[in-house]
Design a protein around this ligand. Structure first.
Ligand code: ZN
Length: 116
């Protein structure tokens, strides 16, 4: 995952705080404590060169934590890319198979509900 310049991070945080998009990425070294995860942040565990997991709170507000494997050799796995100012895109879509059964996309930082 590419590092974002300090200036672009500043721009990103301004736009994110103004709700112009919903999600930003925080890269962390170790698995997070699920109790302290904030809404609208995708926590990516790893380093810039090697990422393993992503954690995010389910956008349905059910309170569940969604874990995504980013390890390419294992299925299923997801890819997270950031544009120049750090708006993340995740693919494929994220579908919860239990609980609230949310199905959504994150594209350029925006949450897009899937209706299928
Ligand atoms: Zn949910």
């Amino acid at each position: 995952m590419k590092e974002i310049s300090a200036l672009n991070q500043l721009i990103r945080d301004m736009l994110w705080t103004s709700n112009l998009f919903q999600y930003k990425v925080e890269i962390i070294a170790d698995n997070p404590n699920p109790d302290v995860l904030k809404d609208n942040i995708i926590y990516v565990v790893g380093r810039d060169s090697y990422v393993k997991w992503a954690y995010l709170k389910c956008p349905s507000k059910c309170g569940d934590i969604i874990m995504l494997s980013l390890i390419k050799s294992k299925r299923p796995s997801w890819v997270i890319k950031q544009d120049k100012i750090g708006r993340p895109t995740i693919y494929p879509s994220i579908r919860k198979l239990d609980g609230c059964r949310s199905h959504f996309w994150v594209k350029k930082g925006k949450l897009i509900w899937s209706n299928i």
